[in-house]
Structure formats: structure tokens, C-alpha cells
Design a protein around this ligand. Sequence first.
Ligand SMILES: C[S@@+](CC[C@H](N)C(=O)[O-])C[C@H]1O[C@@H](n2cnc3c(N)ncnc32)[C@H](O)[C@@H]1O
Length: 161
Amino acid sequence: MWIIVPALYGLPSVPTRRDRIRAALRLADLRAGEAFYDLGAGDGRTLVIAAKEFGARAVGIEIGPVQYLVSWGNAFRNGVRSQIRVMRGNFYTADLSGADVVFVYATSRELVHLQAHLTSQLHEGARVVTVGSDFPDWKPVAVDREALLFLYVMPPVQSYH
Ligand SMILES: C[S@@+](CC[C@H](N)C(=O)[O-])C[C@H]1O[C@@H](n2cnc3c(N)ncnc32)[C@H](O)[C@@H]1O
């Protein structure tokens, strides 16, 4: 599945391991009732974990039509449909103003392009957790070096090179 989907749509859809997602959500201190957003929802596994295990309201933004449908299917299958919303769209332009915690598994290049959008959209105190890559201009408030996770709180502290 995860070989065929990117081949069809030209998008890398590598899912994050579930234990790494749990570590990211713990690092971000995701609490029950908070709004959790995954930028590029993939198969929806982060949404299911955020809703089922952390009691969050989970929102996925996904550009790929197959991934979008798979995310919905996983929300139904796991019995958390009422806590999950998946939107077909582009995370560079999506409305993120309601997010308390944002999860991003993207390349360094994508993170560079996301910085300005996140700064303009997110409320003060919102947390952003990234997997594998960090924002070049922002200083993380916490890092999990083992799982390679980076946590930022808005407004982000600028890092000087
Ligand atoms: C590396 S996968 C991560 C999937 C999931 N977040 C996870 O961690 O398991 C990245 C996902 O982002 C989606 N994507 C890439 N660019 C996007 C964009 N501009 N807007 C919305 N989704 C995008 C891809 O289709 C893919 O499903």
C-alpha cells in the first residue's frame, strides 16, 4: 500500500511508527479535549492515537485522495469517528487557527516553507512537534534525541546562526 500510493500521487507517504507518535504526543503534553492537527495525515494513525489514547479532538489535513479516504476508514474502524475530522487540502494554506498541538512529519525543506504559515496561524502557547527534522530558524523548547522529536511553543524562539 505505502509503495503504491506515492507512486500514484508522487507524494512520500511514509507513516510514523506508533511508539514514536506516542512519544511525540507525550512530549507535546497533548491533553484531553485539546485540538490536535496532523499536517499530512497519511493513513490517519496519529489522529486515531490522539483521539483514542489522549482524548483529543483530532484534525487531519491531507492532500492525497487515497490517504484521505484511508484516514477516514481508520477513524471509523477504530470507533473514534466523532473525535476525528479529516480535511482534503494543502497544509501550506489550511486554516490552523484552532490548533492547540500540531504534529508535522515533513522534510526540512517543507518545514522552511511552513514556518511563516504556522507563525501567522497559530495562537500563543500552541505547541508544534516535528518528527525527524527541525525548523532551521526556530529553537526547540525540548528535544527527544532518541526518537528525534522537536518541540516548539508559539511564538517560537528564533535561533541565530
Ligand atoms: C511522511 S507522510 C506522514 C503521514 C503521517 N502524518 C504520519 O506521521 O504517519 C506525509 C503525508 O503528508 C501528505 N502531504 C504532503 N504534502 C502535503 C501538503 N502540501 N498538504 C497536505 N498533505 C500533504 C502526504 O500525502 C503524506 O500522506
